[in-house]
Design a protein around this ligand. Structure first.
Ligand SMILES: [Zn+2]
Length: 328
């Protein structure tokens, strides 16, 4: 029995998810919408610190909002375990920073996660391991994949290998590039598969999730590699939202060349860096330096996105509408 078959089989029995097809390289998972066709989820990033730096307080508010919205799942934008990812698939940090922190009833849903740069500093493959799903069945982390609910397709993109300085100037950090191979072909293939999947998508809403920001006015700022290589593909394929973490803040920035909205949710624990650039830019709608998270509610015609602080206050709300296409 091949490893890929075993892996697929484990996903099906663990989560009741259905693999529709795995052509091209992007794995596709289906997640059905509610009976009324609506879908809601929370987006959290940069969180795993064994409850410290208000991680537990953010979790508490997520539980309350998750219950109110009757969420379908949770999206993690990466940097799941600090400081250096997991040491193995038996690292206690998995339970101490995930299972024992996100305990609210409403958060006992599927989590879809990507890897961040800090996750690549540990055993990156550990987070992809089915062993973690045996410990906590909510967990699902892959490098790049698609979650398809018909109403929305969410394209998760592994952005860490795009960033040149992790290869050329790793400083004291050691990145786990096993499974990536040479950087250039990995990115070329990923972009090719992504472009094909985006072009073929008929979903009402199209969302792309990555760890690194395309646009940010926080500490790390824009990611030039993503502006050059990823953004043109998103602009050409009618993407509604790009969601990311990496900067430990909450942000809403509009693309100046397309309807794409850039949304940062990287405030799951340590925040308040105080390093903000270009706040007076016209494309910056909202920036919050502190801890919090984001909620997304989608219907056939409307998207409502809200940013919350550690007290559960709504700091910023963004709404977007689409016309219903008549079949007549
Ligand atoms: Zn990061």
């Amino acid at each position: 029995m091949s490893m890929s078959f075993l892996f697929t089989f484990t996903i099906i029995i663990s989560f009741g998810l259905c693999i529709l097809y795995a052509s091209a390289e992007l794995q596709r998972l289906s997640h059905s919408s509610k009976h009324d066709g609506a879908l809601s989820f929370l987006v959290l990033g940069d969180w795993g610190r064994r409850g410290a730096y208000n991680q537990s307080q953010v979790s508490f508010q997520m539980g309350k909002v998750g219950e109110k919205l009757d969420i379908d799942f949770v999206v993690s934008t990466g940097d799941n375990f600090y400081d250096n990812g997991l040491t193995s698939d038996h690292d206690n940090a998995f339970q101490e920073s995930f299972t024992q922190i996100y305990t609210a009833k409403s958060l006992q849903k599927q989590w879809y996660s990507v890897l961040g740069n800090h996750d690549y500093r540990g055993d990156a493959e550990a987070q992809l391991s089915p062993v973690l799903r045996e410990i906590d069945s909510r967990w699902l982390c892959l490098r790049s994949f698609i979650v398809d609910s018909e109403l929305v397709e969410i394209f998760f993109v592994d952005t860490t290998p795009f960033v040149e300085e992790y290869f050329t100037e790793p400083q004291e950090h050691k990145y786990d590039w096993r499974g990536i191979g040479p950087q250039k072909p990995y990115i070329t293939n990923l972009l090719k598969d992504l472009e094909l999947a985006l072009r073929e998508s008929t979903a009402k809403w199209k969302i792309v999730v990555g760890h690194h920001a395309i646009r940010s006015v926080g500490h790390h700022g824009d990611t030039q590699e993503l502006i050059n290589q990823l953004l043109p593909i998103l602009q050409a394929n009618n993407i509604d939202f790009y969601m990311n973490g990496h900067d430990h803040c909450l942000e809403h920035i509009s693309d100046t060349e397309s309807p794409i909205q850039f949304l940062t949710s990287g405030a799951g624990s340590k925040a308040w860096r105080g390093d903000i650039k270009g706040m007076n830019r016209r494309d910056v709608n909202f920036f919050y330096d502190g801890q919090g998270f984001m909620s997304v509610k989608l219907t056939q015609t409307d998207a409502t996105i809200e940013f919350y602080d550690v007290f559960g206050n709504v700091l910023h709300r963004l709404t977007s509408s689409k016309q219903l296409h008549s079949s007549m």
